[in-house]
Design a protein around this ligand. Structure first.
Ligand code: SF4
Ligand code: SF4
Length: 371
């Protein structure tokens, strides 16, 4: 197992990164059907850091074709975004017409309900048949943060091989273990992290701040690629639950592997990573707000005749009503119908599962997690 790091702002340097881990022909043979899975979770341009740069994916397609492989670029974006619009807005429009590389909309293509024998949180998933049948899977995530899983790299990117709304099952059953379950079933033969423009902050995966990082990482092991990605972001892979769980379950190691190319020090930068929930702080904050709700706030309401809202507790969904434009996409994304919109967006806190599917789809960044 090996990892390469290339310090660059040129997408063509995907070739250098691959050569440093033995070259593409170590993995792809002539006639192989090769699924390329970028992260195109939303219809945003790649300079936002939310999606994999199409120029990086194009280079991967070219490298695969040159050694006789048949590339197909596959994605199922965050529900309810439609793939066709997401491909277009993220700049993938000319892949088919100009270069002849097919784009496969997983949500409207054949899929299969498959058992996950090693599943801990989920024991089945509905997955694209193209992905299940391919000879080689090349996972091409972008280097970015995620409000629930701290980072979204290679392991997390495989959630996009699950069809549309079926992804909710993973959120409802335990996101971190569910991501690892998926990775026990679907193997990434190569992981290439596009870190030319990454993302930081708690707005990730779609509404964080873009950061120019000028780096490409390649590996034949997804856990080792992700561990390296986290270190490049200035974090500790042991502190990222799904990566640690993947290592605990034998999918790779967090350190001790060979790194070729640029050193970590040359490309690392301390990014603003979303914090892990601190359960003690959440408990104390929850108790304090309950006391406030029970005594002071109703009293103030009576005295002043004010409409006083309950403050969100740590880890709860926060709605910024000033940013919300009422598009209602979040209502479709919520798996349990906790959101409603009459005069403005409201969340039924008793129903809300804190899955944050709604925050992932909000185009205005109006939904976030109380920290
Ligand atoms: S919170 Fe976001 S997704 Fe929901 S209605 Fe407002 S703008 Fe739309
Ligand atoms: S309202 Fe709650 S349950 Fe619904 S999508 Fe948002 S975080 Fe998840």
């Amino acid at each position: 197992m090996a990892v390469s790091i290339v310090s660059t702002d040129d997408p063509a340097d995907v070739r250098r990164a691959l050569n440093l881990i033995g070259g593409i022909d170590r993995f792809v043979k002539s006639g192989d059907r090769v699924v390329i899975k970028p992260n195109i979770c939303a219809g945003k341009p790649s300079d936002t850091g939310a999606v994999t740069d199409p120029a990086v994916v194009l280079e991967v397609c070219k490298v695969v074709s040159e050694c006789g492989g048949q590339p197909v670029v596959c994605e199922s974006p965050i529900y309810p975004f439609p793939s066709s619009r997401v491909f277009r807005r993220a700049g993938y429009d000319d892949f088919e017409n100009r270069y002849g590389y097919p784009l496969l909309d997983i949500d409207s293509s054949p899929s299969k309900r498959v058992r996950i024998p090693e599943g801990v949180a989920i024991d089945h998933a509905v997955i694209s048949e193209e992905v299940l049948k391919c000879d080689v899977l090349i996972n091409v995530p972008v280097l970015k943060t995620h409000l629930q899983t701290t980072v979204s790299l290679g392991l997390k990117n495989l959630k996009g091989v699950v069809v549309g709304k079926q992804k909710h099952l993973i959120h409802l059953s335990g996101l971190n273990e569910g991501i690892v379950d998926l990775n026990t079933l679907v193997k990434s033969h190569i992981t290439i992290i596009d870190g030319i423009i990454g993302m930081e902050g708690g707005g990730g995966p779609t509404n964080g701040r873009p950061v120019r990082m000028n780096v490409i990482v390649a590996s034949d092991n997804v856990v080792e690629a992700d561990s390296t990605g986290v270190r490049i972001m200035g974090g500790d892979p042991k502190a990222v639950e799904h990566i640690r769980l993947a290592a605990d379950r034998g999918l790779g190691v967090l350190d001790g592997f060979d790194i070729y190319g640029a050193g970590l020090e040359a490309v690392s930068r301390k990014l603003d990573l979303p914090k892990r929930p601190d359960f003690n702080r959440m408990l104390i904050s929850g108790m304090a707000i309950r006391i406030w709700d029970a005594f002071r706030r109703p009293a103030m309401k009576v005295l002043r005749g004010e409409q006083v809202e309950r403050r969100p507790r740590l880890g709860e969904l926060v709605i910024d009503h000033d940013l919300c434009d009422g598009c209602r996409l979040c209502l479709e994304a919520c798996p349990v119908g906790a959101l409603s919109f009459t005069e403005r967006l409201e969340c039924d806190r008793k129903t809300c599962l804190l899955c944050f599917c709604c925050a992932e789809v909000c185009p205005k960044g109006a939904l976030s997690k109380e920290t």
